[in-house]
Design a protein around this ligand. Structure first.
Ligand SMILES: Cc1ncc(COP(=O)(O)O)c(C=O)c1O
Length: 396
């Protein structure tokens, strides 16, 4: 709870009363806030030191790319992601969604078709619509509560709806599904056949659990290079508030188009001074933090899954290959989406997000953020089970 109290004092969105009221229409009071995708874990002291060291120099004028930042940035991609990239293949923005918006504008025009599989991180859909692109949703196949790409539907949609861009989120939020190399190979093959651009949102790629292997779109460069990888370390190190994202583009023509759009918004930029200092710390000293946070997320997830199995077995928790955002099916409770919002938000006083936030209509899922203290997950799980069982009892 100490972490949470500190986060409240720092105006962090997840625990902010005003934000919760605005988004969910509820007073926070004693609510447990397990919604927006950041972590309650404070960043490592040895990483934070890099920021502290930077503010010893009170020079905050226009900045360029710091050499130490640049080296650590490239090293991190090599060491942690096994990616060999060059600085000239990278563009920085204030975040992944900002990157996405600029890329979409660079490679398509109004009324062009964009296809994406659902569920998906909502802002990718909303931004595409706001840019007046024709968005085609392709529901993922759900086999025994595991998602799969529907290749037949993907190809049919690309062909019939004249699709220009295909958006893939890997690992997927919600659920944490990591796409297998063979699945991506098939996807690339289809996109290549129809000359479709691929935008691959890989922001969660550092948080993949043992036994699962992450494959970046970058690995298909030799087969097909009409792709843009969007990434950051916001999720890895819980630094979304620092507001830095970047894209990696191997195709020079595509990068030129993106740079034109970035110039038009005057955001052809380098990460700000504080972000560069902090991220250098993350890149150089981040191993322990990654290990510690992934251990916590996995422990919380495993415990939650077992507890729900034993105490509310109509809830089915999807397997979590990565990250900290499991997706939970509540269809078998017989409780509708609107009722379940009331049950969890107002009766259990646990703030989670539901499938409609993930462009996933007509079904019954909630996403719970397990990146918090173990005790908080225990309390939330207890509340969820109690109210669901109580509610079902009342219905009989
Ligand atoms: C898949 C995905 N993409 C993008 C974002 C947002 O990233 P940023 O804060 O860098 O815009 C999130 C945040 O949860 C996400 O899950």
């Amino acid at each position: 709870m100490e972490n949470i109290q500190k986060r409240i004092e720092c105006s962090q969105v997840r625990w902010d009363k005003g934000e919760c009221r605005k988004k969910f229409g509820i007073e926070k009071e004693d609510h447990i806030c397990l919604w927006i995708a950041d972590s309650d874990l404070p960043l490592d002291e040895k990483i934070n030191k890099y920021l502290e060291n930077r503010i010893k120099y009170p020079y905050y004028g226009y900045t360029t790319l710091d050499k130490k930042f640049e080296e650590s940035f490239l090293d991190y991609h090599k060491k942690h992601r096994n990616q060999t990239i060059k600085m000239e293949e990278v563009f920085f923005t204030p975040g992944t969604v900002v990157s996405f918006s600029h890329v979409v504008r660079a490679i398509s025009k109004k009324q062009d078709g964009i296809a994406m599989c659902t569920p998906i991180y909502g802002p990718l859909f909303q931004v595409s619509e706001a840019l007046q692109r024709r968005v085609e949703k392709i529901p993922l196949l759900n086999k025994n509560e595991r998602f799969y790409l529907d290749f037949e539907k993907i190809e049919e949609t690309i062909k019939q709806k004249d699709i220009k861009i295909f958006v893939i989120v890997n690992p997927l939020n919600p659920s944490g599904r990591v796409w297998e190399r063979s699945e991506l190979e098939k996807l690339v093959e289809i996109c290549k056949k129809y000359n479709v651009y691929i935008i691959s949102d890989e922001i969660h790629c550092d948080l993949v659990y043992e036994g699962k292997a992450f494959t970046s779109m970058l690995e298909f460069e030799k087969t097909y290079n009409r792709f843009i990888v969007l990434t950051s370390v916001n999720k890895t190190f819980n630094i979304a508030g620092v507001q830095v994202g970047w894209g990696i583009v191997k195709n020079k023509e595509i990068l030129e188009l993106i740079n034109i759009k970035l110039d038009q918004s005057h955001i052809k930029c380098v990460p700000n001074i504080f972000a560069q200092a902090l991220m250098e710390g993350c890149f150089k000293e981040g191993d322990d933090f990654i290990k510690e946070s992934m251990n916590l997320y996995k422990t919380n997830y495993d415990w939650l899954k077992n507890y729900l199995n034993e105490n509310a077995n109509e809830l089915t928790v999807m397997e979590m290959d990565s990250t900290f955002l499991p997706y939970i099916c509540f269809k078998r409770t017989g409780i509708s989406l609107e009722e379940m919002k009331d049950v969890l938000w107002n009766k259990a006083k646990v703030i989670v997000q539901f499938n409609d936030d993930f462009v996933d209509g007509g079904c019954t899922y909630f996403r719970i953020n397990v990146a918090t203290d173990f005790k908080i997950i225990q309390e939330a799980a207890k509340r969820i089970c109690n109210v669901i069982n109580e509610y079902k009892g009342m219905e009989k």
